[in-house]
Ligand binder design. Structure first.
Ligand code: FES
Ligand SMILES: [Fe+2]
Length: 382
């Protein structure tokens, strides 16, 4: 799991006047709307004596800790310490980490890290959102496994034939193979490709008939950062399905998925339910297989799985993860789990670069290896 990327936090419609407690990257966040309705995301641990801020109340622009009533605004600054009296000067060290937020596509996203704005990786965008001829629908669900397995599944062109009977022939097609992949996307932050595949245009259980009714479709998929996945399926020039998944690892064992489907066909609002039901059926087919993968998390070396050419997108994704680890962005989960009973950690927010003396320790990160650092210097020198 990595700091310094954008994570989906909550559906905008679910964030009303009560603060919410949200767990992402194995840490807790307090999410609330200020007096102007802007979503705010703070590290949940009160720097006084560890109160859970999300258990408190919104007071105007501030969130009030339920334990002794200290109040923090959306920038993390403390404005009130009741026990000191109303005229008290508020010590600077009482600040909590606050995170950049954008609310778009019906979702509140937070940038969980300390990078200044110009250096932040991109959010997966939805270019057709709000355009005529397209209709969105949303699903938000949790899966009981590590998000990297889920993202890798999104990037896996070979599983459709076997996992999804509507996308392939369940192994009955002796001519089946994965076609060439056409690579797309910004190589710094993403891995993506388009390919053609055949799928049953209709199904009546008769394989010979099904195969006659086969059509050839183009589909593309890709990941941006460690946790955003897009999939485009083109049934016909005017029939497109664009799917977007922003994944928030809850911890090492579970993931909160925000899924948006954009469609250029079946535009009637009453079709939303049907489209979601169909997408949920497909998602359940993936969840069934992915819940039983071992190791539950992607192995630390590729030699512990036997990869074939169709796994190339997954190898490229793992290479990106290694690069981000070399930037020092991977959370050291072993250290976090070893010490968390006695230490409350926070993901460092951008303000850590402007102020010294924070009460909470920053979350432990995996140190970049010497070899990796040397490789980065070589690349930077070129
Ligand atoms: S623990 Fe939050 S105000 Fe005391
Ligand atoms: Fe799938």
């Amino acid at each position: 799991m990595f700091i310094n990327f954008w994570y989906p936090v909550v559906l905008g419609k679910d964030l009303l006047d009560q603060p919410k407690l949200v767990r992402i990257l194995s840490l807790d966040f307090a999410v609330f709307r200020d007096s102007q309705g802007r979503a705010q995301v703070l590290s949940n641990v009160c720097p006084h004596r560890g109160g859970s801020l999300a258990g408190g109340k919104v007071k105007g622009d501030n969130l009030q800790c339920p334990y002794h009533g200290w109040q923090f605004d959306g920038t993390g600054q403390c404005h009130k310490i009741p026990s000191l009296g109303s005229a008290a000067r508020i010590p600077a060290r009482t600040r909590v980490d606050a995170y950049p937020v954008v609310e778009k596509y019906g979702i509140v996203f937070a940038f969980l890290g300390d990078l200044p704005e110009a250096e932040r990786p991109p959010l997966l965008e939805v270019p057709e959102f709000g355009h005529e001829g397209w209709r969105p629908s949303w699903m938000n669900f949790q899966i009981p496994y590590h998000y990297e397995r889920s993202v890798e599944n999104g990037l896996d062109p070979a599983h459709n034939e076997f996992v999804h009977p509507t996308h392939g022939f369940s192994g009955e097609d002796i001519e089946y193979k994965v076609n060439d992949l056409r690579w797309v996307g910004d190589p710094e932050w993403s891995v993506g490709f388009f390919t053609r595949f055949r799928s049953p245009a209709s199904k009546d259980g008769d394989f010979a008939k099904m195969k006659q009714a086969t059509d050839s479709r183009e589909a593309g998929t890709g990941a941006i950062g460690p946790n955003h996945v897009w999939t485009y399926i083109r049934f016909a020039p005017d029939k497109k399905m664009h799917q977007y998944m922003w994944e928030a690892p809850i911890d090492e064992h579970s993931t909160n998925i925000f899924f948006m489907n954009m469609r250029s066909t079946f535009l009637e609002p009453e079709m939303d339910k049907k489209v979601n039901e169909m997408n949920w059926m497909i998602a359940e087919q993936d969840i069934k297989v992915l819940s039983d993968l071992r190791p539950a998390q992607t192995p630390s070396t590729n030699t512990k799985e036997f990869m074939v050419p169709a796994d190339e997108p997954i190898l490229r994704y793992r290479k990106k993860l290694k690069e981000w680890e070399q930037r020092g962005w991977r959370i050291d989960m072993a250290e976090l789990n070893r010490t968390r009973q006695r230490v409350a950690y926070a993901i460092p927010g951008p303000e850590r670069r402007n102020h010294k003396g924070w009460v909470l320790d920053p979350v432990p990160l995996v140190s970049p290896s010497r070899q990796g650092q040397a490789a980065r210097v070589r690349v930077a020198d070129q």
